[in-house]
Design a protein around this ligand. Structure first.
Ligand code: HEM
Length: 519
């Protein structure tokens, strides 16, 4: 079996200490040998594993410290936070309810009018800086566009790539996730003879142009806030398509406050009952930063300004509505045992990784489990993030560093911000529930390839790379079964829809120009 597409197109460009420059560019050419640099410069095709040559556009240093005593660092961080939309660097401020208002432009060809709506909307979008400074309970609003939404503003380049997005992105955005190649080659969603998805909800199969993502303390508050956005936007020319409502689901006892410690909420879980979000990255506030951010850097999440200064700080979001058949999962748990169920996820329900861990449940890798005896290679978290599998000697690491050679295991370069959907009642009593609860999977990344490769290859190929060598490690059971598979797990997750969305920077929203439709 061919192995080339396994590695992420965003091959790790993180090599050792070169990450720690005060203001960093997208990559570290200084750590690469001249040949590697030359090849990168020529931007060899992605399937060969070379990312395009990044530019010298700068992102602030991590950790983000807008209150740093170093005024230069503080200013750079603050101005960056003012440019990017909320919800990307940290989950929505919220009492844990998050909704999407999917909309369409009433007049898709009226580019100038649509640009004017976008300019006006900029004032209603919460920047990361506002999210950083407002109380956690307050709402965060983001604005995202599908390819058809960008077309309606004239902001998506023509097929010849002369627009403000690069040609490959233009292609994916223009056709969206629903296009045949995406569904068949990458998502592997069930399709009919005409390559239309058979399980998707109607509003995902038609076209919607964008979404307002809104958070609120309670579901009823969320409804009010979504309605407010809609009441503001409809007179300006946005049409209602659908609402999606989700929440961070925290079953279990009420928060405890023992006086000595801050009030602790029960952990968030996904509908199968496993603690979720353990490995989700928060870049702020500092106290909430995940101590094990893994390898995620700002250029994994945000576009730099190489293409156009106003794209700097923009991001892409992948949205997937994934229905979970909780009853079937529970039956499997009962008939095959708890550990069989845990093997599917790679963690126990309380989040403990099956491979040994350090002090934090995200502080582990698989270097003590090269054979997959502790955590099977097919486990969801092992597929989704292979981490380190083989220990390397100091010399091997050193020579790899000198050569600019990537780490043997593919690295994960996205941040997840998903929430659960379904009524309280269905989530609490899942015994009879087969089709009403699931995950609104949302993830931000600077390159859509990250998701496509993860979904299409890491989750699906049985020859999965382990320490640079593809090994036959079996199929991932959660969200990765081949069409021919007849095991019951095949029916556990049903894709109900999905979209690729562009999440522009605030300057982009403000400056989108009516005349050309390009910022
Ligand atoms: C309904 C389907 C899904 C369920 C039930 C599910 C469940 C889980 C659970 C329980 C965890 C462990 C908690 C954590 O590490 O934070 C996890 C982690 C993760 N999931 Fe999923 N997930 C689903 C779909 C997806 C999809 C579609 C993707 C991406 C294409 C994905 C990517 C990840 C990643 C990247 C991690 C973190 C792995 C790590 O860093 O160790 N998941 N998921």
């Amino acid at each position: 079996m061919s192995t080339f597409p396994i590695a992420s197109a965003r091959l790790p460009n993180h090599v050792g200490s070169a990450r720690s420059s005060i203001v960093r560019a997208g990559a570290k050419p200084s750590t690469q040998c001249p040949v590697t640099r030359f090849l990168r410069w020529w931007s060899l095709p992605k399937w060969m594993g070379f990312a395009p040559q990044p530019t010298a556009d700068e992102f602030p240093e991590l950790p983000l410290e807008p209150n740093s005593p170093d005024p230069q660092r503080a200013t750079a961080t603050r101005s960056f936070l003012e440019e990017v939309q909320g919800n990307i660097l940290s989950t929505h401020h919220r009492g844990d309810c998050v909704g999407l208002w999917l909309f369409a432009f009433a007049h898709p060809k009226a580019h100038a009018a649509n640009c004017a709506v976008v300019n006006a909307a900029a004032g209603r979008v919460t920047s990361a800086w506002e999210q950083y400074t407002i109380p956690r309970e307050q709402s965060v609003r983001s604005l995202l566009f599908t390819g058809s939404g960008l077309l309606a503003c004239g902001a998506l380049g023509r097929a010849d790539g002369s627009g403000s997005f690069p040609p490959d992105l233009t292609f994916w955005l223009r056709g969206g996730m629903i296009q045949r190649t995406e569904l068949k080659a990458w998502m592997h969603d069930p399709v009919d003879s005409k390559n239309r998805p058979t399980t998707w909800e109607e509003h995902y199969t038609g076209s919607f142009d964008g979404a307002w993502l809104v958070s609120a303390p309670t579901l009823s508050d969320l409804e009010t806030r979504l309605r407010e956005v809609r009441e503001w936007a409809e007179p300006l020319g946005l049409k209602h398509v659908e609402y999606e409502q989700g929440r961070v689901w925290r079953p279990g006892s009420a928060p405890v406050d023992d006086g000595a410690h801050p009030r602790k909420k029960p952990p968030a879980r996904e509908p199968f009952g496993y603690v979720d979000g353990i490995s989700t990255q928060h870049f702020f506030p500092l106290g909430r930063q995940n101590p094990h951010l893994l390898s995620t850097e700002l250029d994994d999440v945000f576009l730099d300004g190489a293409l156009n200064r106003l794209h700097r700080g923009g991001s892409f979001m992948v949205l997937r509505k994934l229905e979970q058949n909780v009853r079937a999962f529970r039956e499997h748990q009962q008939t095959s045992g708890q550990s069989a169920a845990d093997n599917i996820i790679g963690r126990t329900p309380d989040g403990t990784p099956l491979a040994a861990m350090g002090r934090h449940p995200n502080d582990f890798d698989f270097s003590n489990d090269e054979s997959g005896s502790l955590c099977p290679f097919s486990a969801h978290i092992r597929r989704a993030n292979p981490r380190k599998v083989r220990s390397e000697s100091f010399f091997k690491q050193f020579f790899r560093f000198l050569g600019g050679t990537p780490k043997p295991e593919p690295e994960l370069h996205l941040v997840r911000r998903g929430v659960v959907y379904g009524s309280d009642q269905d989530l609490q009593n899942p015994a009879g529930v087969t089709d009403k609860v699931g995950l609104l999977f949302m993830a931000y990344m600077s390159n859509l390839d990250t998701f496509r490769v993860l979904q299409g290859n890491w989750f699906r190929l049985s020859n999965f790379p382990v320490g640079n060598q593809p090994e036959n490690v079996g199929d991932a059971l959660i969200y990765g079964l081949p069409k021919t598979d007849t095991r019951p797990a095949r029916g556990w997750i049903t894709p109900k829809g999905g979209a690729y969305l562009y999440v522009p920077s605030l300057p982009w929203l403000r400056n989108l120009k009516p005349e050309t439709g390009q910022p």
